[in-house]
Design a protein around this ligand. Structure first.
Ligand SMILES: NC(=O)c1ccc[n+]([C@@H]2O[C@H](COP(=O)([O-])OP(=O)(O)OC[C@H]3O[C@@H](n4cnc5c(N)ncnc54)[C@H](OP(=O)(O)O)[C@@H]3O)[C@@H](O)[C@H]2O)c1
Length: 329
């Protein structure tokens, strides 16, 4: 495994990290999740991601149960939770039943932190993120609440996910003026189909403000691994009950172009002696601004394959990167 600093912090995170979105509780039962967690940890992965909304909080419970069963020492790994959507009435609905059970108010941020601690079975969260911005949100209220949770020892680092750069900058400036702990990380989508935010919008935040990045969906939910070359298989993520919306989200009305681009990736992967999944992951890892790439896997075999991406990074010569740029322009 390789490790990188979380932006301006010296905290060392594994460049590959493991997430629990959709897979935990659907494609992976507790035993399957535990096997993946053990495989990840044994290969040096030290960061495990979840959120209050993942399976209505059940993904966090499964992660917590797995960590407990595997007996990891608390100082050997990091966990994250994300707040905004609530836990929902059921695992597929991203709406909680009552207004106070969601959002970025002091009340919900605080309650959701306490609930995540309980679900994980830990005393503190390493990372606590505002899952998205909220219309009408108060930068001051969010910053003071996060600072309080940090002072109380319930959170170590806080941050955002998919926030516009200008809002993150407002947060940082507010924290600076009020001597509060500033956000340390952002969690954006970053893959061959989604580059704008990481490569352009966030640039000043990364270089001038030392923001760390833990990026998500490196394989575009499996499209870049060739999972949908021949349509949507019954055992694939896009066929998961309750996630019908994901198909439009993943393809964004460009299904044919995206499948075709993923197929072209196979030729390059073959020439480099890698798989498509490894190549797509290595491409993300090649960007040194990325602290850690969150991978999802619905089996140990997928996870093991993805761990092989580290060996592919040195094979990404400029000519290869240019070719990939042409395919995914
Ligand atoms: N902050 C946010 O808003 C946000 C949003 C999304 C995700 N995340 C985090 O980021 C993590 C990773 O995102 P993601 O799960 O979307 O990542 P991803 O790598 O783009 O997608 C993972 C899926 O791709 C397929 N896959 C993985 N490895 C494969 C391989 N070697 N060969 C073929 N198919 C493979 C599997 O699909 P099948 O199940 O079909 O086999 C797997 O479930 C999540 O678990 C979550 O923790 C955060």
């Amino acid at each position: 495994m390789q490790y990188r600093s979380l932006g301006s912090s010296t905290l060392q995170l594994s460049v590959l990290s493991f997430g629990s979105w959709i897979t935990f509780g659907t494609r992976l039962d507790q035993n399957g999740a535990n096997e993946c967690l053990a495989c990840a940890f044994d290969h040096g992965i030290n960061f495990f991601d979840s959120a209050e909304v993942y399976l209505g909080g059940e993904a966090e419970r499964m992660l917590g149960r797995g960590i407990k069963a595997l007996g990891w020492s608390r100082d050997s790994y990091c966990v994250s939770s994300k707040v905004l959507f609530g836990t929902g009435d059921n695992h597929s609905v991203m709406n909680s039943s009552r207004p106070t059970q969601q959002g970025l108010s002091r009340k919900h941020i605080t309650e959701a932190c306490h609930q995540a601690l309980q679900r994980f079975g830990v005393d503190y969260l390493d990372f606590y993120l505002c899952h998205r911005p909220e219309a009408g949100m108060s930068i001051a209220e969010i910053a003071w609440t996060m600072n309080t949770l940090i002072q109380q020892g319930k959170v170590l680092y806080w941050g955002t996910s998919e926030w516009p750069a200008e809002d993150i900058l407002r947060l940082m400036e507010f924290c600076h003026h009020n001597r509060l702990v500033p956000p340390q990380l952002e969690q954006p989508q970053y893959n061959l189909f989604h580059r704008e935010r990481v490569e352009r919008e966030y640039q000043p935040l990364l270089h001038e403000h030392g923001l760390g990045l833990t990026t998500w969906s490196p394989l575009a939910s499996g499209v870049l691994a060739g999972r949908y070359d021949e349509g949507i298989a019954a055992d694939s993520r896009l066929a998961t009950e309750g996630f019908a919306w994901l198909e439009d989200f993943v393809f964004e009305n460009k299904r044919e172009q995206r499948i075709e681009a993923a197929k072209q990736l196979k030729t390059i992967a073959n020439e480099l002696g890698s798989t498509r999944a490894q190549l797509a992951l290595a491409w993300v890892l090649k960007n040194e601004a990325v602290t850690s790439v969150l991978v999802g896997a619905s089996s140990v075999a997928q996870l093991q394959e993805n761990l092989g991406a580290l060996e592919v990074i040195p094979r990404l010569e400029p000519a290869v990167l240019r070719l990939m740029d042409e395919i995914f322009q």
